[in-house]
Design a protein around this ligand. Structure first.
Ligand SMILES: Cc1cc2nc3c(=O)[nH]c(=O)nc-3n(C[C@H](O)[C@H](O)[C@H](O)COP(=O)(O)O)c2cc1C
Length: 401
């Protein structure tokens, strides 16, 4: 995620500073080098020793700067960094940055930087809602700083409201997305994508359904990846709870018929459709309107299933300019089945992946596969995270648009 990247983390004096050692660990785990600046007040909430240990580096503060002026100037750290993260950002520090103050190493580093600065305000809800704070946030956004809204959740005051710092796992994901957009040309700008995700659910009765093991992760990662490269993305999903970027429009569906209808609405103005969902091939002919009860003496129950529409094949028949991508999740004869699907469905790309093994496929964080393009090209994708695989797939599609 951040291999070889240099992160300057500025921690200010908010209660959520205690979460920062965990954020530093996550950055390092993702391949980044981290240097930390603390304000004097931040050290009331997190110790310099802890931060130095987890960041494997000196922690920089005003005292360090004045004692080591021969080796370090106020400009060295912002020059070194690829980007700056200010988390948690207090109301006080927001006000200082907004007005261009540089009265500490922390605020000077921000003012002296021409790199992206990602700011995560966190404070009491009343402080956050104050006109002064909101005006400062508006000013910061206008000046080109990227502000991430605090979450609604339990505050240190003992009640839930808006002002909470997102968890480190969320912060790292948000920073990754923002930095990826900044550092990659937005080659898919003005392109419209529809991506489907997750296994569909077909009702047996009001409380039971037939589905499959597709988690929706691959489709969600593909939607996010297209968005990271600038596309307008609609994600039609049965699993809306996954981490979806705020720029992606989410439409939640349950059944195969609903998924088909949702895709059809957007199809004419869509450039790329990626069917990463696993729609149920069959549905129950007559779902019960009340919960089916066990009946004494009855040892079996027959469900009659009828065929669902084949969404990809239907789109293949209608397609004009659209680039159609399907997945072939197979347990055997992977390549032969994928090639058959490519022609039968009039698709431009089929990505074949093996399911039912211990690595990759449904419900796993990693995946591998082979891309079969209509022009005869095949590309092997070795086992990698679904997120990396998604970016790879989107880049390959972009080259063929
Ligand atoms: C216990 C305690 C918790 C605080 N938590 C926050 C906070 O979460 N967010 C905030 O903006 N200020 C908070 N403050 C106020 C800041 O510490 C104070 O404004 C300080 O001047 C910030 O300095 P700095 O921005 O240089 O780090 C808190 C103060 C105390 C005493």
């Amino acid at each position: 995620m951040f291999s070889g990247k240099k992160v300057l983390l500025i921690i200010t004096g908010g209660i959520a500073a205690y979460k920062m050692p965990q954020l530093i660990r996550l950055f390092i785990k993702q391949g980044a080098q981290v240097k930390v600046i603390v304000t004097q007040n931040a050290t009331n909430f997190v110790t310099v020793k802890t931060l130095a240990t987890v960041s494997q580096s000196v922690v920089y503060d005003d005292e360090y700067l004045s004692e080591n002026i021969a080796e370090l100037t106020h400009l060295d750290l912002p020059l070194w960094a690829d980007f700056i993260v200010v988390a948690p950002a207090t109301a006080n520090t927001l006000a200082k940055i907004a007005t261009g103050m540089a009265d500490s190493l922390a605020t000077t580093a921000v003012l002296a930087s021409d790199k992206p600065v990602y700011i995560f305000p966190a404070m009491n809800d009343v402080m956050y809602g104050q006109h002064a704070t909101q005006r400062n946030l508006y000013q910061l956004a206008e000046s080109g700083y990227k502000i991430f809204s605090p979450e609604v959740g339990p505050l240190a005051e003992g009640y839930a409201a808006k002002g909470r710092l997102p968890e480190p796992e969320t912060i790292i994901e948000l920073v990754f997305q923002a930095f990826y957009r900044y550092s990659h040309p937005q080659v898919l700008q003005n392109k419209k994508f529809v991506v489907t995700a997750g296994g569909t659910e077909e009702s047996i009765d009001p409380v039971r359904y037939i589905s499959n093991r597709s988690s929706g992760k691959m489709g969600t990662d593909l939607a996010n990846a297209a968005s990271l490269l600038g596309a307008d993305v609609i994600l039609v999903t049965t699993r809306p709870a996954m981490m979806v970027m705020s720029e992606v429009k989410v439409e939640t569906v349950k059944t195969t018929a609903q998924m088909q209808a949702a895709v059809a609405v957007h199809f004419d103005e869509t450039d790329v459709v990626i069917m990463a969902a696993a729609p149920a091939d069959f549905r129950v002919a007559n779902p019960a309107t009340q919960k089916i009860k066990k009946v004494a003496g009855q040892d079996d129950l027959n469900l009659q299933l009828i065929k669902n529409p084949d969404i990809l094949a239907g789109l293949g028949k209608q397609k004009k300019h659209q680039f159609l991508t399907g997945f072939a999740a197979e347990t055997e004869n992977l390549h032969a089945n994928a090639l058959k699907k490519l022609t039968a469905k009039n698709a431009d790309l089929i990505i074949a992946n093996q399911v039912g093994r211990s690595t990759g496929g449904f419900n796993a964080d990693e995946n591998s596969g082979t891309m079969f393009f209509k022009d005869g090209t095949t590309i092997e994708i070795p086992l990698m995270s679904k997120q990396e695989m998604a970016l790879r797939i989107i880049q390959e599609i972009n080259e063929r648009l």
